[in-house]
Design a protein around this ligand. Structure first.
Ligand SMILES: N[C@@H](CCC(=O)N[C@@H](CS)C(=O)NCC(=O)O)C(=O)O
Length: 214
């Protein structure tokens, strides 16, 4: 089976990168420079007309949307236990990943592109503040879920990879998330995993290569 992950630095393509690495999968990476609109080329749009990463191409067939990609990886590599075995816990894990995708992620994006949400002159700060208020409500909930535990479930799962990206993205936006002590501890725990270290090193390499090519 041939797997190719379309990846861009700092984006949520980190999520399947970590999960594929945790699964021990053999995969290639195609870097996409979203800053130079490589995600708008006819070749990329043929893979994902929504012009977004990640895309996981499985034997030539593109799969989009992180939640589906995460479930696919978990099913394909069952030994890695990337979703809980108990059916009730498994569906809760999928529910949490859907929350990362459709609840938390949309509260992060306005930090990158405030003018896509409101183009009135001077509105940018206000757009970010409103989004971050909602984002911090999400992090407060996650902080409660993580109280007294290492992972969202009784062992590392795909949910941890997804939430790691969400929390790390907020940190990269330089938001002060230090009040969320359990999320911070989860973030630090994630940073110790070889899969996270691998993607962080890879991200730096790609950022440097893009800067050189500019
Ligand atoms: N619902 C998608 C969201 C993917 C997404 O928003 N990707 C962003 C990066 S984090 C992207 O590629 N943005 C480029 C664009 O929208 O043009 C998923 O969960 O996979």
């Amino acid at each position: 089976m041939k797997l190719t992950l379309y990846y861009a630095p700092r984006t949520c393509a980190l999520v399947p990168y970590v999960t594929l690495t945790e699964a021990g999968a053999d995969f290639d990476v195609q870097n996409v420079n979203t800053q130079t609109n490589q995600n708008q080329t006819p070749e990329f749009l043929a893979l994902n007309p929504k012009h977004k990463v990640p895309v996981l191409v499985i034997d030539g067939d593109p799969l989009t949307e992180n939640v589906a990609i995460q479930i696919w990886i978990a099913r394909q590599f069952p030994k890695a236990r990337l979703l809980p075995a108990d059916p009730k816990a498994e569906i809760k894990a999928i529910s949490l990943m859907a929350w990362c995708a459709s609840g938390i992620h949309p509260h992060l994006t306005p930090n990158a592109k405030p003018s896509s949400y409101c183009d009135l002159p001077g509105a940018e700060e206000s757009v970010k503040q409103l989004a971050n208020k909602l984002l911090f409500e999400d992090f407060a909930l996650a902080d409660k879920m993580l109280a007294g535990r290492e992972w969202f479930f009784d062992h590392f799962t795909a949910v941890d990879a997804y939430f790691f990206w969400c929390f790390r993205r907020a940190i990269l936006f330089k938001l002060d998330v230090s009040a969320f002590k359990n999320c911070m501890a989860h973030f630090e725990r994630m940073n110790l995993r070889p899969s996270a270290q691998k993607v962080v090193a890879y991200e730096k390499q790609v950022v440097d290569a893009f800067a050189k090519a500019a």
